[in-house]
Design a protein. Structure first.
Length: 176
């Protein structure tokens, strides 16, 4: 997220926020997140950010079942492998979350964007922890991560870490 709270600019681009994303999987934080994740929940727009959805199978850091919340599944399903599979869930958030939790087993369900999905999960009280990397850039407009919340969300700081390139990692427990 940009320092001023945006996860994409006014044109919907997020490239300025993910300059070193490919290196993340090799960091201690990245390896810990990957090891703890049993399934991923993502929104359709986040899924569509991939230049080629077939690349998920060979290059995505989370090689686990991925549940994409969408009103309309894609015309062609992306490539899968023995560890990574896709389910495009159009029956609503509760169904997608239930299926992701079942697939994750004793591991966590990691939500990988987008802003609308995270806002909805916060509004229905379905977020245990919130991890945000703050990137030292001011986008001035675009899509804010934490807009459209129905009520105050109380957070308890669990961790703050200074990262390369001026980024700051924040991790909070969500409390009511």
């Amino acid at each position: 997220m940009s320092l001023d709270g945006f996860v994409s600019d006014a044109e919907g681009r997020a490239g300025q926020l993910f300059g070193d994303l490919s290196d993340w999987r090799h960091t201690e934080r990245g390896r810990a997140s990957i090891a703890a994740t049993g399934a991923v929940l993502m929104g359709r727009r986040t899924f569509e950010m991939a230049s080629d959805p077939d690349l998920f199978a060979d290059h995505y850091e989370y090689q686990v079942p991925i549940f994409v919340l969408t009103a309309q599944p894609p015309a062609r399903l992306p490539k899968e492998n023995a560890d990574l599979s896709f389910a495009f869930v159009s029956e609503g958030l509760e169904s997608a979350l239930r299926r992701a939790k079942m697939a994750a087993g004793s591991k966590q369900v990691t939500v990988v964007g987008g802003a609308t999905l995270i806002q909805t999960l916060l509004n229905v009280g379905m977020v245990d922890e919130l991890e945000i990397d703050i990137v030292p850039v001011l986008l001035r407009s675009g899509l804010r991560l934490l807009d459209n919340l129905d009520a105050t969300v109380s957070l308890e700081r669990l961790e703050v870490e200074a990262l390369d390139q001026g980024r700051t990692a924040l991790r909070y427990a969500v409390r009511g």
